[in-house]
Design a protein around this ligand. Structure first.
Ligand SMILES: [Fe+2]
Length: 195
């Protein structure tokens, strides 16, 4: 029996416990587990005061946001993307699920087609290309297909995400049309904007 998502207040801690229950129910099948995690995040996104709680979190691309939950394995966060910031296509080194709490997100995710053996070269195929609204979530799969890019759509937006494990210190920033990538420290892009 799955968790009862309709009863009472749904705190980030409760969401994390439900995420663990799902992950443990699908041993060795993280893609299936990820799909089952989405309803828990959608339930969390319906809570009214998420943007007023949490502890400060330094985002790699954004200007504001919090850890709603963190225990070194699972982290649930909010993050604000201003309307004028285009987040370039990048990977993470771990899986993630991202969605919208407020606003809209113009979102693309990619699958990597080459075998990664040629430094600086990458062939990417678009998997998703859509606008996410409040309560919509997208699964960022396991590496090497943990690749997405996005921008806020028609105004500022607040994202909710869950990350499994730490992001890699170094990440890849892709040019899908140019079939190339550069390696950067995970904080380098944001620091380059002086935010
Ligand atoms: Fe990302």
């Amino acid at each position: 029996m799955g968790p009862n998502l309709n009863e009472g207040r749904y705190s980030p801690g409760r969401c994390a416990r439900d995420i663990y229950a799902v992950v443990e129910a699908y041993p060795g099948d993280m893609p299936a587990a990820q799909r089952e995690v989405v309803p828990a995040l959608q339930r969390l996104a319906r809570e009214k005061n998420l943007l007023d709680m949490g502890l400060p979190r330094e985002s790699n691309h954004a200007v504001d946001g919090s850890w709603l939950y963190w225990d070194s394995e699972i982290g649930i966060f909010t993050v604000k993307f201003p309307h004028d910031v285009v987040v370039p296509v990048h990977n993470h080194g771990t899986w993630e699920i991202v969605g919208v709490d407020e606003g809209e997100l113009d979102y693309q995710s990619y699958r990597r087609l080459d075998d990664g053996s040629r430094e600086g070269y990458a062939e990417l195929e678009v998997v998703e290309n859509r606008v996410l609204g409040p309560g919509d979530f997208s699964v960022v799969p396991l590496p090497p297909h943990d690749i997405h890019g996005f921008r806020a759509h028609k105004g500022d937006m607040w994202m909710i995400g869950v990350v499994h494990g730490d992001f890699d210190e170094e990440r890849l920033y892709f040019d899908p049309d140019g079939r190339s990538y550069v390696r950067r420290h995970q904080k380098a892009w944001r620091r380059s904007l002086d935010r």
